[in-house]
Design a protein around this ligand. Sequence first.
Ligand code: XBP
Ligand code: MG
Length: 243
Amino acid sequence: MINTPLQALIFDVDGTLADTELAHMAAFNAAFVQEGLPWQWDEPLYTRLLEVSGGKERITHYWRQVQPDLKIIDNAAFTDTVQRIHDQKTAVYERMVGDGGVQLRPGVLRLIGQAHDAGVQMAIATTTSPVNISALLRTAIGPDWARFFRVIEDASTAPRKKPHPQVYLQTLSRLQLPASACLALEDSANGLRAAMAAALPTVITTNAFTAHHDFSGALAVLPDLSGCSLAQLASLHAAGPRR
Ligand code: XBP
Ligand code: MG
């Protein structure tokens, strides 16, 4: 039982606000071609690679996998190469999403509207970059999308990626609210672990890339938000963790 009324929703982006990972995967593959790298990620491989949060971290992890004897003589040069590949990927992703290539998941826009009308604050806590958030939301919500979110924490402000709780702890501190007054919305085990490490009650909406993840400790695990109103989320929040 949580006695604190619900005062804020904290949204993850990738896989929660929108099913973006197919677009991310395609952008990675386009960047590898641009870089002349013989890598192409398919869905089964990308599903496994998503266990590593963060695009640069994912590239580095994969590089070490495909080249286990990789000797990094010059760390700075290696980091610069990964950064360059990731910058190319982000440019491709921004174009794809900016052209309306990805819509919000079912029920998300309605929930944002209900929370706005009810005076429930909203925030974003994501692993991805500001340019990716903006590309997605300016197309899906409109040029004034940012007015709906009191706090936005992302890769540029929280370099320690999920499951580390940094992005959620910083969001709570800027909201100036206790975790008990908030509800996190996530799609992955890394996201759930990060939110729970920040003591946040969390609702999961699964997707094709994360349906097999372990969601122990979540308040609820839903296929999406199409059947879930703000009032229902508030009841889940009030009921607290399932015993
Ligand atoms: C999920 C991630 C991100 C994206 C790719 O983010 O792990 O890394 O897969 O985006 P979220 P970048 O926390 O929103 O679920 O390449 O920009 O990292
Ligand atoms: Mg996610």
